[in-house]
Write a protein that binds this ligand. Structure first.
Ligand code: GLA
Length: 385
């Protein structure tokens, strides 16, 4: 609550009055099921304890004033003008895209002043963008006095990312940022949108995020390219999406080039691993879950081509500790090309593991990694100040 309390104070300092609402949403960490969401597959993310929060109060005008503690200039959106995306790369595209979704759905928000703050590391593969979108959507629900069905709300955030930020993301991030639950991971079927909540509350096991602090520029173009390659592979296999494909189908289909074949192999095997991982989580079989996490990394690195030398270094270092030293498994997490790796670890070894990885990663790369442990946290929330 302290971040929210200090945000209320910062809002008062900027705008000269107390906020009426504080909306917040968490970042997320995906345990397994990477690059499967836009293939109608399975994903297994959890919300993390870092959040993006927006404090706001009505301003009796037709304008929205937005300030972010992470950006120097404030933005003003005139609600009587048609909404348009900002230049590519602007943080404003996330809240603006969500606002456009509300306006497009027929809601008429009144003007308000808002101040945004975030503890979600940016560009780390922890979904700081979906956290901002989900927090914005939660605030706009309060402003428009409406409560959207959570699935509709998540799809609205996804649409904002497609149309305003220009990235053809899947549904995983907005779903978990909105729906997240304490001490539970979400098994989401991205085809049926069925959700299953899996308890993840064993105090002896925790998730460690290791930020390589390296982000490669390749990321966004490569994401869209992977998506196209999967669609092409599905067409060649004669299925609607790679969810309908299996390894047998892949083996017997001639005329599929090596690259789309490898992309498809990642997706098919990753969906199978995710379903097995859900079972391991239910059975608290940490060693088996760790093994699947390790295999996921290999597949993302070799077949899907979305790892990076720094991510591979972290994974190699963490794995050299092994289950006896408390590391059950480690892999890159999120879109890839930099950002974070995640490791499933024994809680009691956390300090030793972090220190060992930190020293060795710096020795190998010359860069300092940042690390944190997180338990599954709650999704988007609104409070009235
Ligand atoms: C990004 C996207 C998600 C998902 C992951 C990869 O985080 O936003 O939709 O595709 O990459 O699993």
């Amino acid at each position: 609550m302290s971040v929210l309390q200090s945000l209320g104070d910062a809002f008062a300092a900027h705008y000269g009055r107390a906020p009426r609402w504080i909306a917040s949403a968490p970042g997320r960490l995906n345990l397994i099921g990477e690059h499967t969401d836009y293939n109608d597959g399975l994903v297994l993310p959890m919300a993390i304890e870092f959040r993006t929060a927006i404090a706001a109060a009505p301003n009796d005008s037709g304008r929205i004033a937005l300030r972010s503690e992470a950006a120097s200039e404030a933005a003003v959106i005139d609600l009587s003008e048609p909404l348009r995306p900002e230049a590519a790369g602007s943080w404003l595209n996330y809240p603006k895209g969500v606002l456009a979704g509300f306006v497009g759905a027929g809601y008429r928000p009144r003007g308000f002043d808002a101040l945004i703050t975030s503890t979600v590391p940016m560009g780390a593969g922890l979904s700081s963008s979906a956290a901002l979108e989900a927090a914005t959507a939660t605030l706009l629900e309060a402003v428009c006095a409406v409560e959207l069905d959570p699935v509709r709300k998540a799809l609205l955030c996804q649409h904002a990312e497609h149309t305003y930020a220009g990235v053809p993301v899947g549904i995983m991030d907005p779903f978990i940022c909105i729906l997240g639950r304490r001490d539970q991971a979400l098994l989401l079927d991205c085809r049926s949108r069925e959700t299953q909540w899996l308890p993840f509350e064993d105090p002896e096991v925790t998730v460690l995020a290791i930020n390589t602090n390296v982000k490669h520029r390749l990321a966004e173009g490569a994401y869209a390219e992977r998506r196209r390659q999967c669609e092409a592979a599905a067409r060649a296999l004669g299925v609607r999406s790679l969810r309908e494909a299996d390894m047998e189908m892949l083996t017997r289909t001639a005329g599929l080039d090596e690259l789309p074949r490898r992309r498809a192999r990642h997706v098919i095997t990753e969906i199978a691993r995710t379903s097995q991982a859900a079972r391991c989580l239910r059975e608290r079989d940490w060693r088996a879950l760790g093994q699947l996490i390790d295999e996921s990394h290999e597949s993302l690195r070799d077949d899907y081509g979305v790892s990076s030398p720094e991510l591979d270094a972290v994974v190699e270092i963490a794995r050299s500790v092994g289950p006896r030293g408390g590391v059950f498994g480690c892999r890159m997490t999120g879109g890839g090309f930099g950002g974070c790796a995640m490791a499933l670890i024994a809680t009691r070894e956390a300090a030793a593991i972090m220190s060992g990885i930190g020293t060795e990663y710096r020795r190998r790369t010359g860069t300092a990694a940042t690390m944190f442990v997180s338990r599954p946290a709650a999704g988007a929330q609104l409070s009235y100040a």
